[in-house]
Ligand binder design. Structure first.
Ligand code: TXA
Ligand code: MG
Length: 328
């Protein structure tokens, strides 16, 4: 059997996990499922391997990667774990929470894009855990999409964006959360949310001091948040963010527009060519990226998306929608 077919999609078995771990150790790229979105993994301790991630994604060099580990004690090998970080790890790991900490020098500069901090996460997904354990090294992994595109929540979406650039894609089915992890900076006394995600502000607050506002200054501490992101190839208009219904209706007039949201958009001028409705905010989060990809594939030249209430998991959905629309 040929093993040099790029972008091969395989089911997770002891054999394919072993093969994937070997590819990682040899400096190659493996896409794998996590509970949030699919990651594009490489050996986090190898500068050459990490450079391949940036090349494959077309990722700006100033955007650091998250290091995925399989235990709290592994995390302690690569970063200084203070009291807040330890509290977060004990309460939210494994899970969709990335913790930014002061890095030890053994993490290559390439992995952290020259910063003196490193983002670490222990994912809650059996395939990811088995892969990390089998590889025996921490795995650097950004979302496995072409830079700027919606994150992939299926192996097929990974293949569509990056197939030719990856050695192996492990198919773990649809991801659970559907949105990327929450990124928090835990280097100071009060924890700062750099990117909202599956672990909400409301969930963090009972355990640690969470900085109140998402100051603009925070965005510059997380380089990834000021690049354009999560965008399908067609324009996205937001409903529920201040644009009057009439103005939105006019914007889509004469267009092949599609709709995603939680309740029907009352457009009395034209009908969407396709619409996807979710019954709850978690379902919206779970299905948002796949919906954007599906509507784009379905031939829409404009997408209208409804903003959910900006609390709890809704914060993360609103954040991704604003970026997809280019207004964040
Ligand atoms: O759920 C997730 O987090 C997924 C899965 C694969 O784990 N990964 C992911 O990675 O979304 P990526 O690279 O697409 O997004 C990571 C975010 C970026 O906004 C990046 O700037 C930020 O985390 N980040 C990583 N290391 C950082 C650091 N040292 N300081 C500040 N921000 C950091
Ligand atoms: Mg990403």
């Amino acid at each position: 059997m040929s093993v040099d077919v790029r972008g091969r999609i395989v089911q997770p078995t002891p054999d394919t996990i072993r093969e994937a771990a070997e590819i990682i150790r040899d400096g190659g790229l493996v896409a794998f499922p996590t509970e949030t979105v699919y990651g594009l993994g490489a050996n986090a301790l190898s500068p050459e391997a990490v450079r391949k991630i940036f090349l494959a994604k077309g990722r700006p060099g100033d955007n650091p990667l998250i290091m995925h580990v399989g235990s709290i004690s592994d995390a302690a090998k690569y970063a200084e774990i203070n009291h807040a970080a330890e509290t977060l790890m004990l309460n939210f790991w494994p899970g969709p929470l990335t913790i930014v900490l002061a890095s030890y020098p053994n993490v290559p500069r390439e992995t952290r894009a020259g910063l003196d901090t490193v983002g670490i996460r222990f994912p809650l997904n059996t395939v990811a855990m088995e892969l990390i354990r089998a590889a025996g090294v921490p795995i650097a992994a950004p979302s496995a999409n072409r830079s700027g595109r919606p994150s992939p929540t299926t192996a097929q979406a990974v293949f569509d964006d990056l197939g030719d650039n990856i050695d192996l894609i492990i198919d773990g089915g649809e991801t659970n959360v559907g949105l990327e992890s929450t990124v928090v900076d835990a280097t100071a006394d009060a924890v700062a949310i750099l990117r909202p995600g599956g672990v909400t502000r409301e969930m963090l607050a009972p355990f640690v001091d969470v900085m109140e506002d998402e100051h603009d200054e925070l965005k510059f501490r997380s380089p990834g948040t000021h690049h354009r992101h999560y965008a399908p190839s067609v324009p996205v208009w937001l409903w529920g963010g201040g644009v009057p219904d009439e103005a939105l209706s006019e914007a889509v007039m004469g267009r092949k527009w599609s709709y995603v949201g939680m309740s029907d958009f009352p457009c009395d001028i034209s009908e969407p060519i396709e619409k996807i409705l979710f019954e709850s905010v978690p379902e919206y989060g779970h299905g948002l990226f796949a919906a954007l990809r599906a509507l784009e594939k379905g031939g829409a030249d404009t997408i209208v998306a409804q903003l959910p209430p900006n609390t709890g998991l809704g914060c993360a959905v609103c954040d991704r929608l604003r970026r997809a629309a280019g207004v964040a």
